[in-house]
Design a protein around this ligand. Structure first.
Ligand SMILES: Cc1cc2nc3c(=O)[nH]c(=O)nc-3n(C[C@H](O)[C@H](O)[C@H](O)COP(=O)(O)OP(=O)(O)OC[C@H]3O[C@@H](n4cnc5c(N)ncnc54)[C@H](O)[C@@H]3O)c2cc1C
Length: 381
């Protein structure tokens, strides 16, 4: 029997994979969207909490021209308005028994300074639709073939193109074009020996990655009306460093006000499997939260821990002018760590760039264009 050949095989159904897959769906249904997970959405899948659906960990987007560009791309793709306004609120910290404006990490910044610093911008994009909704709406609009529980274990090369990939060590998927949205570091294992130079492999192994530790808590009462980002330090400077977090608006559940909060810190990626290091980090986070809000951990309704091996870092891999790998002309690397913006914005911008490299132009639907014309957004500086 002749082997089916997909037009596109997209590895990863997180925000990046879904943006690309959904856009390409406007052109063809012959797309394989492949993910090792059971469900689409990647790290931006929805989480059900007693106070309602929440993001999978803390999410915020500092305002910038590039961030707004990324949001416009998304709005065009999902045909909905995502951004409501730009808000301005300084982050706060807890010191000597009081909350104060957070003025920076001073002379002793944590090793994961860049990751935390991202969250401390005063100006943020306020979202009407949250990242967990983005992935859900994108997936609804995707018309190709979703393949869950499918772990890509190898790319196969003939000449300067990828011909097929192996899934779960046995199944084969053929496609004309391959788009990889997973961890760039994994390419050192997934690609054939000849596809990456020794130098490229060595560069990949030297990239710096962090593991994020997220702690989401549903508190049994309303603790604060503050919507500010909190930067919480321990009483002593230690290896664990500060954590960052925010309270969500309180919600009435069974006639009682409950409030959720989301906290985040980082550990070195080498410690991802080290349960002792993770446990210690969580203990310190809780201590920091309790110091600022002594009742925060009393009678909590639920707590949720989420460890994500890589949140950021620098996917330093040389690609050709059309963003494919120089040695494999039909393999595009779409991971947001390849984009200068990284994070959610990097995901959106990298998707947009890959689509444009594939020669795909996203036409704005007339209905959405008319809607946007009527919507006035506060401009950013
Ligand atoms: C806890 C946390 C908080 C964050 N907070 C913010 C924030 O506030 N602001 C911000 O801008 N950004 C934030 N980010 C970063 C942002 O969410 C991510 O950069 C972005 O969502 C990544 O989307 P993605 O689709 O590229 O990756 P992912 O969501 O990780 O999706 C990749 C998918 O690829 C699949 N995959 C990988 N390798 C393979 C393989 N070999 N075979 C099959 N499937 C594979 C995975 O299963 C996964 O589903 C946060 C991230 C985390 C984890």
């Amino acid at each position: 029997m002749a082997q089916h050949i997909f037009d596109y095989a997209i590895i990863g159904s997180g925000l990046t994979g879904l943006c690309i897959a959904t856009a390409l769906s406007r052109e063809t249904n012959n797309i394989a969207l492949i993910d090792s997970a059971d469900v689409p959405g990647g790290v931006n899948r929805k989480i059900n909490f007693p106070t309602g659906v929440i993001n999978n960990g803390l999410r915020c987007i500092p305002d910038s021209i590039l961030a707004e560009k990324g949001i416009r791309f998304l709005e065009n793709l999902i045909e909905r308005t995502v951004q409501s306004k730009i808000s301005e609120e300084a982050p706060i910290t807890y010191e000597s028994g009081n909350f104060k404006t957070f003025l920076g990490f001073g002379d002793n910044p944590p090793a994961f300074y860049e990751e935390l610093n991202y969250f401390t911008a005063n100006k943020k994009i306020e979202l009407d639709i949250q990242p967990h909704d983005w992935t859900e709406i994108l997936f609804e609009k995707f018309t190709g073939n979703f393949m869950p529980r499918s772990y890509v274990t190898k790319f196969h090369q003939e000449g300067n193109v990828v011909t097929h990939i192996t899934i779960n060590g046995s199944k084969t998927i053929y496609a004309h074009n391959f788009i990889f949205t997973g961890n760039v570091k994994d390419l050192a294992l997934l690609l054939p020996e000849e596809a990456l130079s020794v130098r490229a492999r060595s560069k990949l192994s030297k990239n710096i990655y962090w593991t994020s530790i997220s702690l989401d808590i549903c508190h049994s009462k309303n603790l604060t009306d503050s919507t500010a980002i909190h930067v919480l330090n321990g009483t002593t400077q230690d290896d664990i460093g500060p954590c960052i977090g925010r309270f969500l608006p309180a919600q009435e559940v069974d006639g009682v006000l409950q409030q959720s909060s989301q906290w985040l810190t980082f550990i070195e990626s080498e410690s991802t499997e080290d349960s002792e290091a993770i446990g210690l980090s969580l203990k310190k986070m809780k201590r920091q939260i309790k110091r600022a809000y002594p009742e925060a951990l009393d009678h909590i309704k639920i707590e949720r821990i989420f460890i994500s091996p890589i949140i950021s870092g620098n996917g330093d891999l040389k690609v050709s002018g059309n963003l494919s790998l120089p040695s494999l002309q039909n393999l595009w690397i779409a991971s947001p760590t390849m984009n200068d913006s990284k994070n959610l914005v990097g995901s959106l911008l990298q998707s947009e760039m890959i689509l444009s490299a594939l020669g795909f132009k996203l036409e704005q639907s007339t209905e959405h264009a008319e809607y946007l014309d009527q919507t006035t957004l506060e401009p950013s500086l």
